[in-house]
Ligand binder design. Structure first.
Ligand SMILES: [Zn+2]
Length: 285
C-alpha cells in the first residue's frame, strides 16, 4: 500500500496502520512508489516527505525508513507487524539505479511493476488511449510483455505487481479482444517467472475500479499455477487509509480456487508462508 510518500496517495502511515488494526489485519507492507523511468521523470519522478514534494533522487529513503520504524514500534505490541518495501517502476535504462537503492537499504519487499510503455502510463486512461491509438491489441501485449520479461530477467524484484495492468484502460478501446491477445507473448514470460521463482501479486485495486477480477485475471494465474509457480503475494494497492485491505479475502479465494496452497510474505527480501489454505479455510501462520 502507498502512504503519502507517494504523490498519488493520501494519508499518513499511522492512519493506514490504525485502519489495518480495525480491520483485523495482522501484517502489512508499505510499498511507496519509486519511479525512475527517464521518459516520465517530469511527471512521476517525485516523492512527498512531510507534506513537501521532492525529486525522487533527493535522498528521501532514510526519512521513509524513519517513519515506518516509528509506526512499527507503535503497533508491534498491538499485534500488527509492519514491513517496509517499495513498488518500483521498471525500465531497462535504470536497472543499475534500482539495484543500488534496493541493495543499499534493508527493505523487506521489492515489488516490480511495468506502469508505462513508450513514455505513456497504462494506469492513466488518457495516456493509454494515446498509446493504443495506432496499436493492435497484440502489439500492446508484445510491448508490455517485452518489458515485463526484462523486469523478470533482471532479478531485481521479489514480486510482480498487477501483472496484467495493460488491460485496465485499453479495454475501453479493444473490448474483449484484449483478453485474448496475450498468449504468444505471455507464455515465455510465465515460464521465466517460474524459472526465476519470482512471486506474483494478486492486486485487488481493479475491484474498486469496477472490474470483476483482480490483477492478474484468473486465466493468467491458472497458467502460472500450471507452469509450476508457487509464490503468490497479495496487495490491496491502497492509496488512501480507507482502502487498507480492500477485498483482500477475494484475492485469497482466487488463489485457493486455482490451487495455490499458500500466500507468501517477504521479510528481509526472503519469502515465507503467511497464509496456508487448509480444509477450505485460510489459516494465518
Ligand atoms: Zn502499481
Amino acid at each position: 500500500m502507498h502512504p503519502d510518500f507517494s504523490i498519488d496517495a493520501q494519508g499518513k502511515m499511522i492512519d493506514y496502520a490504525r485502519n489495518a488494526q480495525k480491520a483485523g489485519i495482522s501484517e502489512l507492507c508499505f510499498t511507496t512508489h519509486l519511479d525512475l523511468v527517464p521518459e516520465r521523470e517530469h511527471i512521476d519522478g517525485f516523492v512527498r516527505v512531510n507534506g513537501e514534494v521532492h525529486p525522487v533522487d533527493s535522498g528521501w529513503i532514510p526519512d521513509y525508513f524513519e517513519e515506518v520504524i516509528k509506526v512499527q514500534d507503535r503497533f508491534q505490541s498491538k499485534g500488527l507487524l509492519i514491513r517496509i518495501g517499495l513498488e518500483v517502476d521498471y525500465h531497462p535504462a535504470v536497472e543499475h539505479e534500482i539495484d543500488q537503492i534496493t541493495s543499499e537499504f534493508p527493505f523487506d519487499y521489492i515489488l516490480g511493476a511495468v506502469h508505462s510503455i513508450e513514455g505513456q502510463s497504462i494506469a492513466v486512461p488518457e495516456d493509454c488511449r494515446v498509446l493504443c491509438r495506432d496499436k493492435k491489441p497484440e502489439e500492446l501485449c508484445q510491448s508490455y510483455f517485452d518489458l515485463l520479461m526484462q523486469a523478470v530477467k533482471s532479478n531485481l524484484f521479489d514480486s510482480l505487481a498487477h501483472l496484467d495492468l495493460y488491460k485496465r484502460f485499453s479495454y475501453d478501446l479493444y473490448k474483449d479482444q484484449i483478453n485474448h491477445a496475450h498468449n504468444k507473448y505471455w507464455e515465455p514470460v510465465c515460464k521465466e517467472i517460474v524459472k526465476q521463482k519470482t512471486a506474483v501479486e494478486i492486486n485487488t485495486g481493479n475491484l474498486r475500479k469496477g472490474f470483476s477480477q483482480p490483477n492478474p485475471s484468473e486465466d493468467l494465474l491458472t497458467d502460472l499455477y500450471e507452469a509450476g509457480a508457487e509464490y503468490i503475494t497479495v496487495g490491496s494497492d491502497a492509496h488512501h487509509p480507507s482502502l487498507v485491505g480492500y477485498h483482500i479475502l477475494e484475492a485469497y479465494r482466487v488463489a485457493e480456487r486455482i490451487g495455490f496452497e499458500n500466500i507468501y510474505r517477504f521479510v528481509g527480501r526472503s519469502a515465507s508462508k503467511a497464509v496456508q489454505f487448509k480444509d477450505s479455510e485460510a489459516v494465518a501462520i
